[in-house]
Design a protein around this ligand. Structure first.
Ligand code: COA
Length: 424
């Protein structure tokens, strides 16, 4: 028994933000029915193709454990099938451009008429306001949500991050909204709308930067490197390079082999509680009692000197040796791990965070499994569906189409080309 067993999701999502949400729900046990345009499907199926003729990794890695039905929702019979799906399912998830569902004839009013228990969950780029009609992709959200203006180095361009906080981050927010709405429905019996705007999701993840914006009124942000470098602060939270976001100063430092290995670095945090141990490890025991270095406030204007000294030591060790030496001493450090290293990390394979999945068109590939572990509802990762792989199954088993009615749907063009063996 899985946590969300029995919950049916009408999955109208595409690209990344929506699919990450419905993939999580599928891993928690929901029956996710992905509706795709006949002959085309989710645009990512054929984007960044690495194996000719096969669904791309972009698609396969975002659509595990789902079923796929092809349906032209602009065709009259297609609309009829969609109506039956709306009546049958518990949640409709979509991340179309603003207005697309209304144009299709399935706005919130209509959905409520068809199924008052339905939860209709949407990802949009922006919430209500001046930009509500805009189409949005990942990096636009990172820019409009405050991440880009606070990422990168002082005096350099705003920077986007590799973590897909706009798409996958908003998908996570939406998934939480959906299960919360399902929980409320248990008591109220009513559905509701759930909206996760990408700008809002990114801003939520940049909460500490809005904190710093307000702290600026009280003076310079002393834990930022620029404070120790005597560079004045402006009106807005600046880019902080690799400075630690919290009150415990940290930096990325070179490790042994940095000259040839682009990832031979460690993150090193000078947590106040372990300062004496740090002094001993790096060979500066005299800093333990020196009033210029002994306390966190005394160190703040000298962070460059402090981290230069620590780096002299980290350069003599590999990033893993730094970890091995510092961890037993409770000094918080972290190696910069490349995707190649993560892909080979045995412990991540053991926990199912990295999984190998087999696919009929492309063979085995690696994916990120469910990052949230439920002890009573473990996630088994199953390959993504081929386009329309479950069309017949969903029409007959979920919606109860049979006989002449099924033939009518098949010949209407609503589900696209019917495979010979399926039609027989
Ligand atoms: N049958 C018939 N038509 C279908 C269909 C189906 N099964 N599925 C989709 N369509 C139609 C839609 O109705 C829409 O038609 P319309 O514009 O005539 O009303 C059309 O396909 C395209 O949908 P749209 O969402 O506009 O796709 P797009 O490729 O132009 O835009 C995005 C892509 C991501 C920019 C846009 O969907 C968006 O801004 N989404 C919200 C924010 C978001 O999630 N962004 C992150 C994506 S990772």
């Amino acid at each position: 028994m899985k946590a969300l067993e029995g919950v049916k999701i009408l999955d109208f999502t595409h690209v990344q933000s929506g699919p990450t949400c419905t993939q999580l729900l599928a891993w928690f046990g929901a029956d996710v029915i992905k509706v795709e345009r006949p002959g085309v499907g989710d645009a990512t199926r054929k984007q960044l193709v690495d194996v000719e003729g096969a669904d791309s990794l972009y698609f396969t890695m975002l659509n595990h454990n789902k079923r796929s039905i092809t349906l032209n929702t602009k065709n009259e019979t297609g609309k009829e099938v969609l109506e039956r799906l709306v009546k049958e399912c518990d949640v409709l998830v979509e991340n179309f451009a603003p207005g697309a569902l209304d144009r299709m004839g399935f706005g919130w009013e209509r959905i409520q008429e068809l199924n008052p228990r339905m939860i209709m969950a949407s990802v949009k780029g922006f919430g209500p306001g001046p930009y509500e009609d805009c189409k949005v992709y990942e990096n636009v959200a990172q820019c409009a949500g405050g991440a880009a203006s606070t990422t990168g180095f002082l005096g350099n361009l705003p920077m986007v991050t590799g973590a897909q906080i706009g798409d996958s981050g908003t998908g996570l927010h939406l998934a939480l909204g959906i299960v919360t709405a399902l929980f409320q429905r248990e008591k109220s019996g009513k559905g509701q709308r759930v909206l996760a705007a990408m700008q809002d999701g990114v801003l939520n993840l940049c909460r500490v930067k809005l904190r710093d914006q307000q702290r600026l009124k009280a003076g310079p942000l002393k834990e930022y490197s620029q404070y120790g470098e005597d560079i004045p602060f402006g009106d807005a939270t600046p880019r902080a390079g690799n400075d630690s976001g919290g009150g415990q100063p940290g930096r990325i430092l070179k490790c042994k082999g940095w000259q040839s290995d682009p990832d031979a670095y460690t993150y090193f945090i000078t947590q106040a509680a372990v300062w004496p141990k740090i002094c001993d490890v790096i060979g500066k025991p005299e800093w333990k009692d020196d009033p210029d270095y002994a306390t966190p406030p005394a160190r703040l204007p000298r962070l460059n000197e402090v981290f230069d000294a620590i780096e002299e030591w980290t350069k003599t060790k590999t990033k893993f040796e730094v970890m091995d030496i510092c961890n037993p001493l409770d000094i918080p450090v972290g190696p910069i791990l490349s995707m190649q290293e993560l892909a080979q990390e045995a412990s991540l394979r053991e926990t199912g965070t990295i999984v190998e999945v087999d696919h009929p068109e492309r063979g085995p590939y690696l994916s990120v499994g469910c990052p949230i572990k439920l002890s009573e509802s473990p996630a088994d990762v199953k390959r993504s569906p081929l386009l329309g792989e479950h069309t017949e199954e969903i029409l007959t088993e979920v919606l109860g189409y049979a006989g002449e009615e099924l033939d009518r749907v098949r010949s209407s063009g609503a589900i696209g080309e019917v495979k010979q063996e399926a039609a027989e």
